[in-house]
Write a protein that binds this ligand. Structure first.
Ligand SMILES: Cc1cc2nc3c(=O)[nH]c(=O)nc-3n(C[C@H](O)[C@H](O)[C@H](O)COP(=O)(O)OP(=O)(O)OC[C@H]3O[C@@H](n4cnc5c(N)ncnc54)[C@H](O)[C@@H]3O)c2cc1C
Length: 358
């Protein structure tokens, strides 16, 4: 395993870095403050081939590897965490279609997703299922060649803008995880509507809504994979790739917190002395630097390790998501301390990354 990037990985990193700095940063404050979906930013990424970037060329994607994806998300998160989560969710939808879709489904859904003409959303969570996806109760009951879907999903990222939803449903009455399936449900399907939009403490641009299915008729042709394979597909896409993306968001936030703290420690002068000259600030910045390196090391290593047939990529993805999010919270908390009251005030709000890292 080597942390030396290929020319292609470097090019992707550099390209996304430039888009992030030039196009995403200027829009991110407005996205955060007003909770507007960052459509222009998403379009910029789509134009550069970053939406659906790991999809093979036969379905219109650039076939970038998972490390390139992680590098891209890190750069996007530094500029706008909402845009990063939107991109990660979209990629997880593409991955689910790739790993579980039949040829027709891949041909229908992947090209518009990779061109960014349509956005994807992944609907797992329900009010009574919580972190346990196997506890879902949304039902899909067979009616001839269709399913009739009834139930409600909550906290669904991209919901307000997405056109293609992967929805986790129960295709049998038992409580078994083997009775859980994934359906592809398009936005305008009768019986499917958006419910409340959720206000949040951060990530305000991700357009998260409740989804309501009321006698929603979905053709069985839209079953993704086989009946009962829903959890398996969630694991191979939302966890295997999506959680790496989530860890990359944490890395981007921690790194941004570090860089801004270094600048502030240099620029904030009291009694003719930059605050960075004090050892207490050194400690904070040094600890943040170690955290960033630690997240980066575990994340890249986890991605590269996926190639190893003996690795447990699911456990590894869960571990790195946990590790990265906890260290990112610590790093952004330290950044808040370095920035003092300025970090808490409105004018410096974007500098206070703690709300999104949490
Ligand atoms: C910003 C954001 C975006 C999201 N986007 C999506 C999306 O696109 N699609 C989607 O489907 N969902 C999405 N979600 C929902 C997310 O998946 C859930 O919030 C998550 O699964 C946790 O569920 P919960 O919030 O109900 O917490 P709970 O399950 O209620 O957990 C609360 C606490 O209890 C603990 N806990 C729960 N059960 C146990 C147990 N058995 N033993 C010990 N401790 C336990 C948990 O660890 C946690 O600390 C999003 C959430 C957020 C905040």
């Amino acid at each position: 395993m080597s942390f030396v990037f290929s020319d292609e990985q470097r090019l992707i990193q550099q390209t996304v870095r430039e888009i992030a700095r030039n196009e995403l940063v200027p829009r991110s404050a407005e996205t955060d403050r007003y909770g507007t979906f960052p459509l222009d930013s998403v379009e910029s990424l789509a134009t550069a081939g970053i939406l659906g970037m790991t999809v093979p060329q036969e379905y219109g994607g650039p076939a970038a590897d998972d490390l390139s994806f992680v590098l891209a998300i890190e750069e996007i998160a530094r500029a706008c965490a909402s845009t990063a989560l939107i991109t990660v969710t979209h990629e997880a939808v593409c991955r689910a279609l790739l790993v579980a879709g039949n040829d027709i489904q891949k041909e229908i859904y992947l090209p518009p997703l990779t061109r960014g003409e349509k956005l994807g959303a992944f609907a797992v969570h329900e009010v009574d299922s919580g972190a346990d996806a196997c506890a879902i109760t949304t039902q899909a009951v067979t009616d001839g060649d269709d399913y009739i879907v009834n139930g409600t999903k909550m906290f669904i990222t991209n919901a307000g803008e997405a056109e293609i939803f992967l929805v986790l449903v129960r295709t049998d009455d038992s409580n078994d995880y083997q009775d859980i399936s994934l359906l592809i449900i398009e936005k305008d399907t009768p019986g499917f509507s958006l419910g409340a939009k959720y206000g949040k403490m951060g990530l305000n641009g991700i357009s998260s809504h409740e989804l309501i299915f009321k006698d929603c008729r979905v053709t069985k042709e839209n079953l993704l994979g086989s009946e009962g394979s829903g959890i398996q597909t969630v694991v191979k896409s939302l966890i295997s790739l999506g959680f790496l993306g989530a860890a990359a968001i944490s890395l981007g936030l921690a790194n941004e917190a570090l860089e801004r703290s270094i600048i502030h420690a240099r620029d904030r002068v009291i009694r003719g002395k930059p605050i960075g000259a004090h050892q207490g600030i050194h400690f904070l910045v040094a600890e943040m630097g170690v955290s960033v390196d630690a997240i980066r090391s575990l994340l890249y290593w986890t991605v590269l390790k996926k190639e190893n047939p003996d690795s447990n990529e699911i456990i590894d993805a869960l571990k790195v998501k946990l590790f990265a999010s906890e260290l990112a919270i610590e790093a952004t908390d330290k950044a808040l301390q370095v920035h003092g009251g300025h970090g808490y005030s409105d004018g410096y709000q974007r500098k206070c990354l703690i709300r999104v890292s949490g």
